[in-house]
Write a protein that binds this ligand. Structure first.
Ligand code: ARG
Length: 403
């Protein structure tokens, strides 16, 4: 085993990373610095400090990353209307590169030669952490205890905790809990009964959205303001990125917006089934498409739609800090210069529907499109020639086919 001098651990304060902390200290016999990020997961973070202190950690970092997460990661991704496999808004995928960036920054600051994470060997998250570290600082080693130790099951994990006097919450003693990953963009739940895709997810899986059936009978109308592709206000009130997403999560959650039950293809090779709740993100995707529909040129919009699946796959697979993602981002950001204005949506029993939109940079011309008499010169004979030429090859083809 290579000698490690100092490790920065991505530490949630939960059972798994508490065990990992102990294991790192015992295995490498070196200082471990803990880093706990507030990404809006809605959990108290001070208990993480107490637990790290109890484990003898001298350097404990707890950092509020909510604004950076939304402004530098979530919003750039939303500019692309990114969806993986047509449906997943990438809530976990987009958080990992941010955590990795801070792990690397802290490692450099404290002179650590390694970082560690609690992602397992079967998931996507290990790729996202480690590819990001590779891209940001190839000199830093990555320790992934789940791939190294001989703990192979939940039972063995609890035994290890007991042996090392790591407190195990009583609800974790019996049945294994769901695997949950939450932040300001989403809550993702996997494991247990969800591993059978033929089985309907139990109600208690859902944490931040009501069942659309139980949502209010009265629809709620909201207006979102955009500037250069990014949302900046809700109902006329200017908000910071994190405050805006928090507000929309509340609104969407009350109306049951943004639930998704999905079987997806992991990069590592297997299919998995998960439940996602992305209330604010779902509203923002609909609203952003609404304002783009007014302000983007047709070919520009269609080009964005062509590259979107590729861009989303890069984020899903862990290539946020790769050159090709940055190239696509430059293209996407360039397209957003005039994506400004307001979109009004109706939230109602699980849906977020655009019902009106307006922009000072609009390309929409009522005068041009109108069924009525119009002042703008549009020669209807041009349309005739346009159709005749577009139909030319179709007429040849049909004649050959003997029609
Ligand atoms: N399958 C999702 C992804 O790869 C979520 C992964 C983390 N979620 C979890 N519940 N452990 O992005």
């Amino acid at each position: 085993m290579t000698k490690i001098e100092k490790i920065v651990l991505s530490y949630s304060g939960g059972l798994d990373t508490s065990i990992i902390l102990k294991w790192l200290q015992e295995t490498y016999r070196c200082e471990v610095v803990t880093f706990t990020a507030d990404l809006g997961q809605g959990e108290e973070l001070e208990p993480a400090r107490a637990k790290a202190e109890m484990a003898g950690v001298k350097d404990i970092r707890i950092v509020d990353l909510r604004e950076e997460f939304v402004s530098d990661f979530v919003f750039p991704m939303l500019r692309a209307n990114a969806l993986y496999e047509g449906q997943y808004l990438l809530g976990s995928s987009i958080a990992r590169p941010l955590i990795a960036k801070h792990l690397v920054d802290i490692a450099r600051e404290v002179g650590a030669d390694a970082v560690a994470h609690g992602a397992t060997g079967k998931g996507n998250d290990q790729l996202r952490f480690e590819l990001a570290v590779n891209a940001l600082d190839p000199s830093i080693k990555v320790i992934a205890p789940w791939r190294q130790w001989n703990i192979r099951s939940r039972m063995q994990l609890l035994e290890y905790a007991e042996k090392h006097r790591i407190p195990v919450p009583s609800d974790k003693r019996g049945e294994a809990p769901f695997s949950i990953d939450a932040n300001l963009l989403h809550t993702s739940t996997e494991g247990k009964s969800l591993e059978n895709p033929a089985e309907v997810a139990p109600d208690h899986v859902y944490q931040r959205t009501v069942d659309p059936v139980d949502a209010p009978d009265a629809p709620e109308i909201i207006t979102i303001g955009f500037e250069r592709g990014d949302p900046v206000s809700v109902n006329g009130k200017a908000m910071t990125p994190a405050a805006l997403l928090t507000e929309l999560n509340g609104l969407g959650g009350r109306h049951g917006v943004g639930r998704l039950d999905l079987v997806e293809n992991r990069f590592i090779g297997m299919k998995s089934r998960g439940i996602y709740e992305t209330p604010g993100g779902t509203i923002l995707l609909a609203a952003h498409r609404g304002i783009e529909s007014m302000t983007l040129d047709r070919a520009a919009a269609h080009l964005k739609d062509e590259i979107m699946p590729r861009y989303a796959e890069l984020i899903y697979n862990g290539f946020w800090f790769a050159p090709e993602r940055e190239m696509l981002q430059a293209l996407i950001d360039h397209s957003q210069a005039f994506v400004s204005g307001e979109v009004t949506l109706r939230l109602y029993k699980g849906s977020a529907s655009v019902i009106s939109r307006a922009s000072p940079c609009s390309l929409y011309s009522a005068d041009l499109v109108t069924f009525e008499e119009s002042a703008i010169a549009f020669d209807h004979h041009d349309a005739e020639g346009f159709i005749r030429l577009n139909g030319l090859r179709l007429r040849s083809w049909a004649a050959r086919n003997g029609k």
